[in-house]
Write a protein that binds this ligand. Structure first.
Ligand code: FDA
Length: 502
């Protein structure tokens, strides 16, 4: 229509007036092939690739900080909903879909990684992927690493904003626990750093979830020491091989092991039987690992032939399902090898699930296309850090975290409903075994079933539905920070932090 195209023209004029750096800010409009390929470039969940998924009116791909500032100023001026996307891995597609007309600011081009070995730190721009971060650290040093997620295509922008859990979590905590400075564009289009944003806002952006407080441009991270040699193993055990007793035992010991040892469990169906896969990173040599396993978990029967010694960066390849001896630049690949349809949820556990409870899980794993239940250990550093140190509250008292996932490969409402309904049923089944009031959830495994608001306009009491699950007592503080720094609720999404009147 005429009015929408004039908004369009004015908006574009606004952008070029406010971006004081050449080249001009790249902009993509619907019904062009570059628009579709940019939009699809980082979509991870096929559910949101369909023709019925709401699409942005425009996509801008800033090349400079000033382009990001211009995007904020002009979206605000013309009342356009802005969604920021870094790696596009949001489980519910919130970085590139919306229930009202919107613009996507895609940060993929702003992605340098500057490692300062002397200082033991790095400045990482938000469009970088975890793989790019790990690669660049390893290029400069064999004895530094960083504790973040295991999937190399995940974006730093969303991941660090929500926490960031990976194989170094027991030794060093979350990614967000290791952020020491940040640069952010606020709702006025100003650039702030740790000092100028003040301690409350700096607290909120390290775990309070992406999309509520501003557009982060870059993070300064503290690198962590890793040994020259680490050891990995992955062993599978089916029911006949004692999977039930092994998973039961894992629950009571995985959080008490030395913090150099991270064992997570993938539970699913393989060859029509239940399978538990124990995937391990040990910060040390295989001989020491075998000793620890013999003492703490002899039932798993780990032998020296199960173990492989390698550098930390090779273990990043290994955890990403690449060959550990493959070229390290596989980590630079920004797109997933395959994207599928999926739905996920999360839980936190304080007491081992009984063997009877586990058997109930096994039965249900036969009822969906491809369910996968991932148990990730707690204990060590992640559990030591105080509940309000950063907004991520799930700390002492939990013995492990669960990610419930279900995948499917066919397009269509029926197969989607079948699997999504299965996931909801499974979540109800798990209720007696997991945390209660609140039933804790991890913001980076975003789940719109927990509640959502149209156009990000939830009231405080509506937003408590998901806010308390994601942030527990920190939710209240996040609302106060939000109300102070973005009182007009410019940065919002279906599950963002709400404002309250002053
Ligand atoms: P995306 O760009 O979709 O952003 C996510 C949210 O943050 C959106 O609300 C978005 O608007 C906002 N946002 C993005 N950039 C921002 C910026 N610059 N400033 C402010 N807000 C911003 N998690 C984990 O802890 N450990 C793991 O090992 C994994 N592994 C994993 C594998 C796969 C295949 C997927 C799909 C996801 C994971 N995750 C994960 C979950 C992941 O941490 C989560 O989806 C992150 O939010 C993704 O960040 P992206 O930048 O990629 O997402």
């Amino acid at each position: 229509s005429a009015s929408s195209s004039s908004i369009h023209d004015n908006f574009l004029k606004c952008l070029s007036t406010h971006s004081n750096q050449s080249p001009e800010i790249p902009i993509y409009i619907p019904n062009t092939s570059s628009y579709s390929s940019i939009l699809q470039s980082s979509i991870q969940n096929q559910r949101f690739l369909s023709s019925t998924t709401p699409k942005p009116q425009l996509i801008v791909t800033p090349l400079h900080d000033s382009h990001v500032q211009a995007s904020v100023i002009c979206c605000r001026k013309y009342g356009l909903q802005l969604k920021v996307r870094s790696g596009g891995h949001d489980y519910e597609g919130l970085s590139y879909t919306s229930d009202v007309p919107f613009v996507v600011v895609d940060m993929a081009n702003i992605r340098s990684v500057d490692v300062d070995v002397e200082d033991g730190s790095a400045w990482v721009q938000v469009g970088a992927t975890l793989g790019e971060v790990y690669y660049n650290i390893a290029e400069k040093s064999r004895t530094y690493g960083f504790p973040a997620g295991t999937c190399p295509t995940v974006g730093v922008g969303g991941h660090f904003s929500g926490g960031g859990y990976g194989a170094l979590v027991r030794k060093f905590g979350l990614a967000a626990d290791n952020i020491i400075d940040a640069r952010l564009v606020n709702a006025k289009g100003e650039i702030l750093d740790k000092k100028s944003m003040g301690k409350d806002l700096f607290w909120a952006i390290r775990g309070g979830g992406g999309g509520s407080f501003g557009i982060v441009l870059s993070w300064k991270i503290k690198l962590v020491p890793v040994p020259q040699t680490v050891t990995v193993f992955r062993v599978n055990r089916n029911l006949e091989q004692g999977a039930t007793a092994l998973v039961h035992k894992w629950q009571s010991i995985s959080h008490t092991l030395p913090r150099e040892l991270f064992i997570r469990v993938f539970m699913g169906r393989a060859n029509n039987t239940i399978n538990a896969s124990f995937q391990t990173l040990y910060l040390g040599k295989s001989k020491q690992l075998l000793n620890v396993m013999k003492q703490s978990f002899p039932e798993l029967g780990i032998k020296s032939s199960d173990c492989a010694e390698m550098s930390w960066i090779q273990s990043a390849l290994y955890f990403a399902d690449f060959p550990a001896n493959g070229p390290v630049n596989l980590l630079l690949n920004r797109t997933q090898m395959t994207t599928r349809f999926f739905k996920a949820k999360s839980d936190f556990v304080t007491e081992p699930v009984s063997e009877t409870g586990l058997k109930g899980i096994w039965i249900r794993l036969y009822e969906a296309d491809e369910p996968l239940i991932i148990l990730s250990p707690y204990g060590g550093r992640i559990s030591e850090i105080g509940e309000s140190e950063i907004p991520y509250p799930h700390r002492d008292g939990y013995i492990y975290e669960i990610q419930h996932l279900v995948y499917w490969d066919k397009e269509g409402i029926e197969v989607a409903n079948k699997n999504i309904n299965w996931m909801r049923m499974f979540y109800r089944y798990m209720a007696p075994y997991v945390s209660k009031s609140p039933r804790a959830a991890y913001i980076n495994y975003r789940d719109l079933d927990l509640g959502q608001s149209r156009n990000g306009t939830a009231t405080y009491s509506q937003a408590r539905a998901w806010g308390v699950k994601y942030f527990n007592k920190n939710f209240k503080t996040l609302v106060q920070v939000k109300s102070k720094f973005d009182p007009d609720n410019f940065f919002r999404n279906e599950q963002s932090i709400p404002t309250v009147p002053a």
